[in-house]
Write a protein that binds this ligand. Structure first.
Ligand code: SF4
Ligand code: SF4
Length: 383
């Protein structure tokens, strides 16, 4: 459902009101996962207090480059996206499928327990909301849904945040996925810092979000939760509009699918492959990549065994190994496979682009390879 933010009611909460939101969600049984700073990056972790949020922290991102910076204000959501997407939580990099034990001539096999906590995700950007929607299509709506993913997604409470300071590698406007959340959330926040102070416009996007907002209003003891004024809505609209004008990158998507299909032999694939290390970073940080392989692990006695599903990547030569060899043995063919799947064949397979313009693959590429530049070179005919 697409939500028209101008048409729905809103409340303004101050930082203590945001704490009240965290408290209410925890009391109702959700584990709240929000942004925190660890090892020089913004990562997702369980939080109990708004003091754990990255207060006053911004980031500077470019091809192959990410640095945190101090903003000199009290903002808690004015960084961009970090290396982790929400797929790390909902579709983890290693997952036990089953374990087995041999007793005599018998083999007992036990499927892995699927009993995830109820997750409330705080600070989800619009690009990542669209990525969640893509994973829902790929993993949950197929004929044999991924039971573990479905179970982790069930009963999520999602608090989206409007991007205010897009990064140097962001291009969500080109992909139609941001910067203002338009679907798939329970509450949407816009952080406002101006002459009227530091506050958050909070708008509901679901019945559950409405209910939580009502509880905040009922439980507020002072002015930490207030009705939004027209000026708050105007200021929030301005935050989203200004962010849309400040994208670090852009990608011309006009006819992109057909362009890539028509250029399978373009020399740019060799050019990019001469720089690409086939390190897989771009696929691991991408919020929509979902390729996996399976590992069987047994103990030294050979009586206990486990089967794990692990993230894999189309940049690995062995990923396309069939009987007798790898289908994509060269790096040019692997980069072409990745970019063409994201931006072209994903549409035929799942009905949308596989790219949401989050920019992570550009920021976290050690060779500073930029998918918007590579595709732009193909479009312009510069081989
Ligand atoms: S494009 Fe960059 S991140 Fe991706 S595999 Fe090549 S070197 Fe690694
Ligand atoms: S391909 Fe790159 S920009 Fe697009 S969703 Fe994946 S990581 Fe983000």
């Amino acid at each position: 459902m697409e939500v028209l933010m101008d048409d729905i009611r809103g409340m303004v909460v101050l930082l203590p009101g945001l704490q009240l939101l965290v408290d209410v969600l925890r009391e109702r049984g959700w584990t709240v996962i929000g942004p925190t700073v660890r090892d020089g990056v913004v990562v997702h972790a369980e939080i109990e207090s708004v003091d754990q949020l990255p207060r006053g922290v911004g980031d500077v991102q470019d091809s192959g480059s990410y640095r945190l910076c101090q903003r000199g204000d009290e903002a808690v959501f004015r960084y961009v996206v970090g290396p982790q997407s929400w797929k790390s939580l909902l579709f983890p990099s290693r997952e036990l499928l089953w374990s087995g034990r041999q007793t005599g001539a018998e083999m007992e096999v036990e499927p892995a327990d699927i009993d995830p906590p109820r997750l409330a995700l705080l600070g989800v950007r619009s690009c990542d909301l669209h990525a969640l929607g893509i994973h829902d299509t790929v993993l949950a709506r197929r004929s044999a849904p991924d039971a573990a993913y479905v179970s982790r997604r069930e009963d999520n409470f999602i608090i989206a945040v409007t991007c205010s300071d897009p990064g140097g590698t962001c291009f969500c406007v080109s992909m139609g996925t941001g910067p203002v959340p338009d679907r798939g959330f329970d509450l949407a926040l816009t952080e406002l810092i101006d002459a009227d102070g530091h506050r958050f416009l909070v708008q509901p996007g679901s019945d559950c979000g409405e209910e939580i907002l009502d509880e905040l209003t009922t439980r507020a003891t002072g002015d930490e939760v207030l009705n939004a004024a027209r000026s708050d809505r105007d200021a929030a609209r301005e935050v989203g509009a200004a962010a849309a004008q400040r994208m670090g990158r852009s990608l011309d998507t006009d006819g992109l699918r057909d362009l890539l299909y028509a250029n399978a032999e373009h020399p740019q694939w060799d050019d990019v492959a001469s720089r690409c290390l086939a390190c897989t970073n771009c696929t691991l940080v991408c919020p929509t990549c979902f390729c996996t392989s399976v590992e069987d692990v047994s103990d030294l006695s050979g009586t206990e065994t486990e089967r794990w599903r692990v993230w894999d990547s189309c940049f690995n030569k062995d990923f396309s190994y069939l009987h007798g060899g790898s289908v994509r043995s060269s790096v040019p063919s692997r980069y072409r496979q990745w970019a063409t799947h994201k931006l072209a064949s994903w549409m035929d397979q799942f009905g949308t682009s596989g790219c949401v313009g989050c920019g992570r693959c550009i920021t976290w590429c050690p060779a500073a390879i930029d998918i918007t530049a590579e595709v732009g070179a193909i479009r312009s005919g510069e081989g």
